[in-house]
Each structure stands twice: as structure tokens, then as C-alpha cells.
Design a protein around this ligand. Structure first.
Ligand code: PAF
Length: 296
């Protein structure tokens, strides 16, 4: 089965390393330089199942037709619009973005099978061809449109090495992950701590619970205690990991704060709900975010 992976950041490289061998994998990079490097060296996985080298194929996105059974889109949500025009009209697509703002873009796509996923692994891109698997979790996947057949096949092939759990309801699945990202990402980014510290330090844990309460109310969770337990489990599973928002701020890259907290605050405004902590964290991240310097 041919698998395409668009985006060669930490998540794209992690998927490439674990899927290689079971599938015929092509990675689509932003730059020709990164594609050449991956074609020369393969993708190196350190930690997790590594050390290993996955000899996958790489091409710069937009430099040729894409012909895959499944194309996995592993770019950040704010990069999504720029890659959509390159995606194939045939085959299935799996989107792995944090947040929920991208769902409105997926509605407009003319593809038969669209899946969405939420990644609960900790990963760090060490170099353009090397990824460190810092926290083994799982990938939850769900059907957004079309038949689940292909997704079931992929999940069953990966079951021993890189678990993929098929969830019945994409909205519920993404809402659960959104709550986790709304809590873990801004707190770790502002406090400058690893994910695990949020549950190791009792004061941070209390703060995590308060922030979660606001997100859970906006998302209307019927099972908030189970959801909170899942957020804490993600913190423990990815204990050594620095969240994507912390890494983005440190690297001077834009963050996904609009896709995560911005989305929740829009929902809160629509329903006239107060969310003082989420609002405060949004402003703090925007103030530090390279985007924040441009707009207010
Ligand atoms: O955005 C992230 O960093 C990840 O989604 C997660 C699972 C919180 C791990 O750091």
C-alpha cells in the first residue's frame, strides 16, 4: 500500500519511520534540500523503536503528481491552506492537525474518503532527517467522510508497532484532544516546563485542572472526569516531551494558539461564556508568538 506523508516535521518524520517497511512510504517536504537529505540518509529514529534508519523516498511538495492510497497530512494547522492545492483528488486523506478550526477546510475538499487523527505521541525533530520519539502514546483516528475500510487496514497493520485506535465519532475525538492541547500546550509554553511537570508539581496540576474546567465547559463534555484523566495520562506518557507550542515559541516560529485557544474562545463568545484563564493564556502566548507582533 502506498502512503504519502505531507510535512517532514516531528510528526511527519515519526510516522515515516514507523510506517516504513509495512508500507511504501513517500515523504513530501517543503524544501528540495530536505528531500535530498532524506533520500541520501533515510529518516533516522532515535528512542522509541529506534535507533533505526527508515529508507523512505522523499520529494519536495508540488514537484510532481502524488499517487498514494493514503496521504497523511502532518503540517501545522496554520500551514494547511498552503498545502491543500497540492493534495491528490484520488485516494484517501488523513489530517493530523491539532485543534478543530481545520474542519471547515475539509468540508470543501472533493475527495471520497477523508479521515482525521489526533496524535498523542511526544516527538522532537532533532535534524531535518532525525526524529526522537520522546513519549509513546497512540494515534486516534476517525472517519470524517467516506468508508473506514482503508483506515481499518492501516490500523491493523500498525497494531504491533505504532498503535492507531479507530474512534467512532470524529467530533468527540478531536474535542478530547483539543482539551488536552488547550491545557498542556499554553501551560508548558508559559511555564517553560516539560509536559510531565504539569502533573508532577501539585501547584501546576491544580492550575491544569482549572484551565481544563473552562475548556470542558465550552466543549460541553458529558464525562469531564474521564477527559481530565486522559489529559493527565497524556502528560505522563509524554512526560519528557516539550509541547509543540513551547518548541514553536523557543524556535521563534508561529504557534497553533489560534487553532487551539482561539477556536475555544470563539466558541465561548458565541455562547456568551466566560473563560478568563483561557483568555489570559491566549494573550500571553500571542504576546510571545511571532504572529502577535504583527497583529492585535
Ligand atoms: O502539541 C503537542 O505537543 C502534542 O499534541 C502533545 C500530545 C500535547 C504532546 O506534547
Amino acid at each position: 500500500m502506498k502512503i504519502g506523508i505531507v510535512g517532514a516535521g516531528s510528526i511527519g518524520l515519526l510516522f515515516a519511520a514507523y510506517m516504513n517497511g509495512l508500507f511504501d512510504v513517500t515523504v513530501y517536504t517543503r524544501t528540495i534540500g530536505q528531500a535530498e537529505r532524506i533520500n541520501r540518509n533515510g529518516v533516522r529514529l532515535v528512542k522509541g523503536a529506534g535507533p533505526l534508519t527508515a529508507n523512505v523516498r522523499a520529494k519536495a511538495l508540488g514537484t510532481g503528481p502524488m499517487d498514494n492510497d493514503l496521504t497523511i497530512i502532518a503540517v501545522k494547522q496554520y500551514q494547511l491552506e498552503s498545502v491543500l492545492s497540492h493534495l491528490p483528488a484520488k485516494g484517501a486523506l488523513l489530517f493530523l492537525q491539532n485543534g478543530m478550526g481545520h474542519l471547515r477546510l475539509l468540508e470543501q475538499l472533493n475527495v471520497e474518503a477523508i479521515y482525521v487523527g489526533s496524535v498523542e505521541h511526544g516527538a522532537l525533530r532533532e535534524t531535518p532527517d532525525t526524529v526522537s520519539h520522546n513519549g509513546a502514546g497512540l494515534t486516534r483516528v476517525a472517519v470524517f467522510r467516506g468508508s473506514p475500510d482503508l483506515l481499518e487496514k492501516v490500523a491493523s497493520l500498525l497494531s504491533d508497532t505504532f498503535p492507531m485506535k479507530l474512534e467512532p465519532d470524529f467530533y468527540e475525538m478531536l474535542a478530547g484532544k483539543l482539551a488536552a492541547n488547550a491545557v498542556i500546550n499554553p501551560l508548558t509554553a508559559i511555564l517553560g516546563v516539560r509536559n510531565g511537570e504539569l502533573v508532577e508539581n501539585p501547584r501546576y496540576e491544580k492550575l491544569l485542572e482549572k484551565v481544563f474546567e473552562e475548556a470542558a465547559a465550552i466543549l460541553g463534555f458529558k464525562d469531564p472526569q474521564d477527559r481530565l484523566a486522559n489529559v493527565k495520562r497524556i502528560c505522563r506518557n509524554t512526560s519528557e516531551n516539550r509541547s509543540s507550542m513551547l518548541k514553536d515559541l523557543d524556535a521563534g516560529r508561529p504557534t497553533e494558539v489560534d487553532a487551539i485557544l482561539g477556536y475555544l474562545l470563539d466558541e465561548a463568545d458565541d455562547r456568551e461564556m466566560a473563560a478568563p484563564l483561557l483568555r489570559a493564556f491566549y494573550e500571553m502566548i500571542k504576546g510571545k508568538d511571532s504572529n502577535g507582533r504583527e497583529s492585535c
